[in-house]
Ligand binder design. Structure first.
Ligand code: ZN
Length: 212
């Protein structure tokens, strides 16, 4: 059983790494970002709440997020382990999850602030709400045409939370909230710090070497 968490500022490539780890070890990739994106499409009170928070560049409140994650980790497919992506975001969330489950490895992918801002400002989202595909003009996945969705042909746009001011705000919050959490994981788990400016394959190899 390998329970893992992948951390790092947005744009560090943690989603890509989490997908590769999930495939390699045949364990679920649990992305709170994906869960929230599904929720924001829902015409429900929770869906609308999540949509407003994300569009303003804010996070979903701890109590809601923790409940969603705890429910997900109870599912059968997590029995041999999982890779959590986008959670926990702060010490409180980390402690809450630690009360119910042991985390074996925590991977922290670090990148400089300006690299993070640049990468995130390239993100483009499909305007078709039923599709919601995400691309990046600088990174993979790139759309074949810069303004058109490969999957459904709709226009792509830059979401409010992918514009510079929202990105800066998110990164500041990220650093303030994750630093105390890193101290916690130094004591509670195997904390592995990685250089996110290396290639996707190099980072992945380091991760595999750390757990095998
Ligand atoms: Zn689309």
């Amino acid at each position: 059983m390998t329970n893992m968490i992948i951390l790092g500022p947005q744009g560090c490539g943690k989603g890509t790494q989490a997908k590769k780890i999930s495939k390699e070890l045949d364990i679920p990739h649990i992305s709170t970002g994906d869960i929230f994106r599904e929720l924001r499409k829902e015409d429900s009170e929770l869906g609308r709440k999540v949509k407003n928070l994300i569009d303003e560049g804010n996070f979903v409140p701890d109590d809601v997020t923790i409940e969603i994650v705890k429910d997900r980790l109870k599912k059968k497919d997590c029995k041999d382990g999982f890779i959590l992506d986008g959670f926990p975001r702060n010490l409180f969330q980390a402690k809450s999850i630690n009360e119910v489950i042991n985390i074996d490895y925590v991977f922290d992918i670090e990148i400089p602030h300006d690299v993070s801002v640049h990468r995130l400002s390239g993100r483009r989202t499909c305007s078709n709400k039923g599709c919601g595909a995400i691309y990046n003009i600088y990174l993979e996945p790139k759309s074949k045409e810069e303004r058109i969705c490969d999957k459904c042909g709709s226009n792509l746009f830059q979401r409010m939370d992918d514009q510079k001011e929202a990105i800066e705000k998110r990164l500041r919050t990220y650093h303030t909230e994750t630093e105390p959490m890193m101290e916690f994981y130094k004591l509670k788990s195997n904390l592995v710090v990685l250089d996110g400016t290396a290639t996707i394959d190099e980072v992945f190899e380091e991760i595999m070497n750390a757990i095998l």
